[in-house]
Design a protein around this ligand. Structure first.
Ligand code: ADP
Ligand code: MG
Length: 599
């Protein structure tokens, strides 16, 4: 697991040689029957199970969703490939690979059907849908006579051999690795880490979920095809809930969100299950029991999120004299109206959190929003960034109406935000946090990621360079490879701003950026925000309690109290406003009003 380990350094750049040698070895072993037949069979199970574990890991480990009916997709692939090879395709050398790929594609198509209802809703729904899917597939297969119904389907040739399994396993590991370490893969991770923050940074979470689920199912289908042509017999019972559970066990045993983990889980599970055969039916008690024990001591599996260096692509080095990227916003308005809000009102049940809010914001302005706790400031930001749909009123940016758009679509129009309670992608590196901010500007698609095309590499290199520049600009570059959760508090706040800037917004919403900071830190943050406005040509709305911060930075200020705008104007106007003083120091005076930034 250590990256500077001698063995890893020795092997990593020779990996293609090792893989090639391994493949030749399997060819020889298989051709001259050098391996005990039983051992060879188990080895092939291991390979197929690695593909299955990787496949489920995309959804359950990397994405953090919970799919429990993966054997359903395996069944679709197995039956699809078998029907093709037995009944449809003319005999020939290409039958096998074509059937396997077709089985994978069929499973992927089934995934689209399953995903559409499940990803519209949140949470545990996917578990229920995939479980149902698994049962439906089984019942449907039992009722199709053409594939043998409950008796099962046979007649496949034994086309699955050790070299084929080896090749498919290596190809799957390679493709899954490419996917995971791509723009879409980072989108997948953002869903696991903090879906809401991912959307705010422009990740089209619905699309990413669909892509991940479809790709995952493709590999489950491939594994199904290999399995069918190994056993030469499949029946609906081969793909019941028990099979799905086996795949779950492998993933959670080896490690969620780790390729090394999937491989380890598949190897350990397959070998142990064979070794425990001596115990008869008791092994089905012992394995799950072991899993429970493991869950208690290592809930994320043996590897957890840790990845073996082999499975990480080399990070792009900065090119000498590389062109400096533009930090300008994607869409920029030179002058005049950027944001227009009219009659914006929001109710939570009977509580009016924001009432008839109106605003015209011009490009280049810094607007402060203040008000006691619970006065509706964050609600305003949540409405602008699309988390809440307003009860009434309209919001438009560059003249485009926002209220019906999803957060990622609003981000694409040039609005980025930070959160009152920092919402970084904690388990991801500082660099990946920033790169997720660039999600929307990556110039390649899922197939480019899977196959590691030249375009993919170019775009990834550009993104790495751009991220590096941003991190250097904000003095975060020495934490580049550090998980975000390890940063000191002040730097977490700063990273959140940098991540928002990476989306290249025209309007930046900062929700209490100085919260929890001391006067020195607050002063530094003020300079930073000023600099961002000037260098990045941004318009900024900032919520703060530190009055020195607001008064020193903002051209205009809005004051909210119980959702109502009670004052608007320059710092001096606000300071002397009766209503404002009343709101802060009056009847509800205990609510915080920090004058010096020192309190
Ligand atoms: P501020 O950011 O100014 O402190 P908020 O916008 O967070 O205030 O909250 C405004 C009011 O709306 C408060 O009374 C708060 O309790 C309420 N509120 C905020 N979010 C929700 C929610 N998701 N559900 C119900 N009430 C909420
Ligand atoms: Mg708030």
């Amino acid at each position: 697991m250590k990256s500077n380990n001698f063995w890893v350094r020795f092997t990593s750049n020779r990996l293609p040689v090792f893989v090639g040698a391994g493949f030749v070895a399997t060819l020889i072993v298989s051709r001259f029957s050098l391996m005990d037949q039983y051992v060879e069979l188990v080895a092939m199970y291991v390979g197929i199970n690695i593909i299955l574990a990787l496949s489920l890991n995309i959804v359950n480990g990397y994405m953090g969703e919970f799919s429990v009916g993966h054997a359903g997709f395996m069944a679709v692939g197995a039956y699809g490939a078998s029907v093709l090879s037995v009944k449809i395709l003319p005999a020939g050398v290409w039958v096998f690979p074509v059937a396997i790929v077709a089985g994978g594609l069929l499973a992927a198509a089934a995934a689209v059907v399953v995903a559409i209802p499940s990803f519209k809703t949140r949470g545990d729904y996917l578990a229920i849908v995939t479980l149902s899917f698994n049962m439906i597939v089984k019942s449907v297969l039992e009722n199709i006579d053409a594939v043998g119904g409950p008796r099962g389907f046979l007649g496949m040739e034994k086309l699955t051999t050790l070299p084929w399994v080896f090749a498919w396993t290596v190809a799957s590991v390679w493709a899954v690795r490419n996917f995971v370490y791509s723009n879409i893969g980072r989108g997948v991770l953002s869903i696991r880490e903090d879906e809401m923050a991912g959307e705010a940074m422009g990740v089209d979470t619905q699309k990413v979920k669909l892509q991940a689920f479809v790709i995952s199912s493709f590999f489950a289908g491939v594994a199904g095809g290999l399995y069918a042509h190994l056993l030469q017999f499949i029946s609906p019972r081969s793909f019941d809930i028990l099979k799905s559970t086996e795949i779950l066990i492998m993933v959670y045993l080896g490690g969620v969100g780790s390729i090394a983990g999937s491989i380890a889980g598949a190897v350990i599970y397959t070998v142990l299950i064979e070794a425990l055969r001596v115990l008869g039916q008791w092994r089905m008690v012992i394995m799950p029991l072991m899993l429970v024990i493991l869950m208690i001591f290592r809930p994320k599996g043996i590897f957890g999120y840790t990845e073996f260096s082999w499975f990480k692509p080399a990070t792009a080095k900065k090119r000498e004299g590389a062109a400096i990227m533009s930090h300008q916003p994607l869409r920029q308005v030179e002058t005049g109206g950027l944001l227009a809000i009219d009659g914006l009102t929001h109710y939570f049940g009977g509580l009016c959190a924001l009432s008839d809010f109106n605003l015209r914001l011009s490009a280049g302005q810094i607007l402060g929003v203040i008000g006691p706790n619970g006065s509706g400031k964050t609600t305003l930001f949540n409405l602008i960034s699309g988390y809440y749909k307003p009860t009434q009123g309209s919001i438009s940016v560059h003249g485009a109406e926002l209220t019906r758009l999803r957060p990622n679509e609003i981000n694409a129009l040039g609005i980025a935000r930070t959160f009152q309670n920092i919402r970084l992608f904690n388990n991801l590196t500082v660099e990946d946090n920033v790169k997720i901010g660039m999600f929307g500007s990556a110039g390649y698609n899922a197939s480019g990621a899977l196959l590691r095309t030249r375009r993919f590499k170019q775009c990834e290199r550009d993104m790495s360079e751009h991220a590096q520049e941003l991190l250097e600009l904000f003095a975060l570059d020495r934490y580049r490879a550090e998980p975000a959760k390890n940063l000191p508090y002040g730097l977490k706040r700063r990273l959140e701003i940098v991540r928002a800037l990476a989306t290249r917004p025209a309007l930046l919403l900062l929700d209490e950026p100085a919260a929890g900071m001391n006067p020195a830190e607050t002063g530094a943050l003020m300079e930073l925000v000023q600099r961002i406005r000037d260098d990045f040509k941004l318009t900024i709305m900032v919520i703060e309690h530190h009055m020195s911060f607001i008064m020193g930075l903002c051209e205009t200020i809005r004051v909210l109290d119980f959702g109502v705008t009670i004052a608007a104007g320059t710092a001096d106007e606000i300071k002397n406003d009766k209503k404002v003083i009343e709101a802060y120091l009056g009847s509800s005076g205990a609510r915080n009003y920090k004058t010096g930034g020192n309190s």
